[in-house]
Design a protein around this ligand. Structure first.
Ligand code: HEC
Ligand code: HEC
Length: 374
């Protein structure tokens, strides 16, 4: 009898605590455990009825409170305790979100195509909000508003020195869910501000993206299904019609004139990759691939890619990888994109068959770990 009383009392107390802490239910919702155990304890233990009555009222109160928050949209706050955390965001940033293929964070990572995210939230608070407001975007009031906009509409504001290469990470191929986008934002908040999941208000574009994708047909399809093995052979044959390997590295093998392509199919859409191959000059990849032609005062001519530039000099890398620093005072003439085309040959549409292009894309998809679309 005594044991039963103590057991009932214990279950009653633990379920009350679980209710307070909003822990996930075990078998039954905690409120039912709590009521059943409280009833049993009151029956077995007449002496403590008044105390129990108070506890039951408290329990019901807590439960109603939790219910109301949930019904009124408070579930976002509840989720904050689980899937939307700095830790969850960190895992997505360095994993599924592919952020680290373009961004580094302080000393961590080596990607340079996008800005380094050290203290990105402090920067957002101290600089970007004012810059956005000066540009007329008065809806950007807080650092979090800026971070949300960076993901929702990357092209709304381009960080100086970078190009508009940031993909919409809530669309294919990255396809982060609403919770994953929120978690990544919490992780960015943690870089210089206090993480604050409640401040995140995602625009409809992100909230509806998942639903829209489920219903929509794939916006781009190659018709032909490529063969990754044939694509690999074509890519790696430096004397063949494609010769991509002369300029591009995949999985550690290849040239450095163009950007590394190991993960390109994991971060960019099929349409983007197709266009990059068929019409490279339509857009220039971010991170030091803008073509330039220079004529120096001594009459010599230099062409290559702009790797770095400041007020006094330009660092140019030629197709062979040789680097030259040119003083601007030595320049006689310069031509830049779009007056001159990308360094990537523009005639693959003639050199390659449709099947070969599909094979190359299938190879890039295999390399990035995304399955070729059927
Ligand atoms: C394919 C490359 C690429 C990927 C992948 C990428 N970004 Fe970016 N990102 C960029 C570039 C380039 C910029 C700078 C241009 C701009 O402002 O849009 C940028 C800018 C940003 C900015 C603004 C930074 C600032 O200093 O104001 C944020 C925030 C950001 N990215 C977050 C992310 C997150 C989070 C992910 C992953 C979920 C991600 N990016 C994935 C290329 C990328
Ligand atoms: C002579 C060197 C060269 C060759 C050969 C070459 N590329 Fe490129 N490629 C570049 C350069 C430079 C860029 C960056 C400038 C630009 O975006 O046009 C680039 C950009 C790309 C991009 C866009 C990458 C990004 O991150 O935005 C893709 C995809 C690509 N190349 C695929 C290929 C494939 C596939 C082949 C073989 C059929 C190929 N390239 C052959 C030089 C080359």
């Amino acid at each position: 009898m005594r044991l039963l009383r103590v057991a009932a009392g214990l279950v009653c107390l633990t379920s009350f605590i679980a209710l307070l802490a909003d822990l996930p239910p075990v078998l039954l919702p905690w409120i039912l455990w709590f009521l059943a155990a409280a009833g049993l304890a009151a029956y077995l233990w007449p002496g403590i009825r008044t105390g129990l009555f108070v506890l039951v009222m408290l329990g019901l109160f807590v439960y109603m409170g939790a219910l109301v928050t949930r019904i009124s949209g408070g579930e976002i706050r509840v989720a904050a305790a689980e899937g939307i955390s700095v830790e969850a965001g960190e895992a997505i940033y360095w994993g599924k979100g592919k952020c680290s293929t373009c961004h580094s964070l302080g000393d961590r990572g080596s990607a340079v195509r996008g800005p380094n995210h050290a203290d990105v939230c402090a920067k957002a608070r101290d600089l970007r909000v004012a810059e956005r407001q000066a540009a007329g975007a008065t809806q950007i009031q807080t650092a979090t508003d800026y971070l949300v906009e960076s993901l929702a509409e990357p092209e709304a504001y381009i960080v100086e020195g970078f190009s508009a290469a940031m993909p919409k990470v809530y669309l294919p191929p990255i396809s982060l869910s609403v919770d994953e986008v929120s978690a990544v934002i919490v992780y960015l908040q943690a870089q210089g501000c206090a993480p604050d999941p409640v401040a995140i208000e995602l625009p409809a574009a992100i909230r509806n993206a998942a639903a829209a994708q489920a219903g929509a047909e794939s916006p781009f399809s190659l018709v032909l299904v490529g063969d990754p093995a044939a694509g690999r052979a074509l890519f790696s044959d430096s004397a063949g019609p494609a010769g991509c390997v002369q300029c591009h590295t995949v999985a550690g093998q290849g040239g450095k004139v163009g950007p590394e392509l190991t993960d390109v199919a994991g971060t960019q859409t099929l349409a983007y990759i197709f266009e990059s191959i068929m019409n490279p000059s339509a857009a220039i990849a971010a991170g030091g691939y803008e073509p330039i032609q220079l004529q120096l005062s001594d009459g010599s001519v230099l062409s290559g890619l702009i790797k770095a530039e400041d007020d006094a000099s330009i660092t140019v890398v030629d197709k062979q990888g040789a680097q030259t620093v040119v003083q601007k005072s030595d320049l006689q003439r310069e031509r830049r994109y779009p007056d001159i085309p990308s360094l990537m040959p523009g005639n693959f549409g003639e050199l390659l068959t449709v099947k070969q292009v599909a094979d190359l894309i299938a190879f890039l998809q295999e390399s990035a770990g995304v399955l070729p679309v059927e």
